[in-house]
Write a protein that binds this ligand. Structure first.
Ligand SMILES: [Zn+2]
Length: 201
């Protein structure tokens, strides 16, 4: 991949993800949108307060038999605190999200849903069928993007808000529905046992 330089300070952007759409310059903190191999300054800066975390940017870890490299990080605030989303690359260079809410870890992949339910039609403990499986609604809330760092596969802005629903499946599966603007993005995932996470020295 060709190298790109920060349009603000000129530092080389250490891109490890070919499909990154956003990168935060590690030198000056500028947010840069990547479009058609061009780097465009988004005009805002993102700074995240360092909080104790098992997962850290650019520090590889193993989970069971697979290795992951965290290349991007978004922090969201919601009614009861905050949670972190880490954008990981696996051995094959494929991306996956790791959601970390206090001690709860989950891998999540984007999922196409033909007929996602309307947010306002959902109630806590509702049972519904989605993607051919049974789910129960466990959480309905609103989130706000507090900040981000590293490389991300999507464009996001600090202060952006959206509603979301968390659903639980039968075998420890989970689903997240994010209602952004008029669209719905679904993610399906599995809980991760944090005791099986091994940080690589
Ligand atoms: Zn810069």
């Amino acid at each position: 991949m060709d190298t790109l330089n920060c349009p603000h300070c000129g530092a080389e952007l250490p891109l490890s993800f070919r499909f990154a759409k956003l990168v935060v310059c590690p030198h000056c903190g500028s947010t840069i949108f990547l479009e058609d191999d061009a780097a465009r300054l988004a005009g805002d800066q993102s700074a995240l307060t360092e909080l104790p975390s098992l997962v850290r940017l650019k520090v590889a870890f193993r989970y069971r038999n697979a290795a992951y490299l965290p290349v991007g990080h978004i922090r969201y605030r919601y009614a009861f605190g905050y949670w972190d989303e880490w954008w990981l690359l696996d051995d094959g260079g494929q991306g996956v999200w790791l959601s970390v809410d206090e001690g709860d870890y989950a891998f999540e992949h984007p999922l196409r849903l033909d007929a996602p339910p309307d947010f306002h039609a959902l109630k806590i403990n509702d049972e519904l069928e989605l993607d051919g499986r049974e789910w129960r609604v466990t959480e309905l809330d609103k989130a706000r993007c507090e900040g981000f760092e590293g490389e991300l596969p999507e464009i996001i802005r600090v202060g952006e808000t959206f509603r979301y629903a968390h659903l639980s499946g039968i075998d420890g599966e989970l689903m997240t529905l994010e209602y952004v603007g008029n669209g719905v993005q679904a993610y399906a995932g599995k809980w991760v046992d944090p005791f099986d996470v091994r940080i690589e020295a």
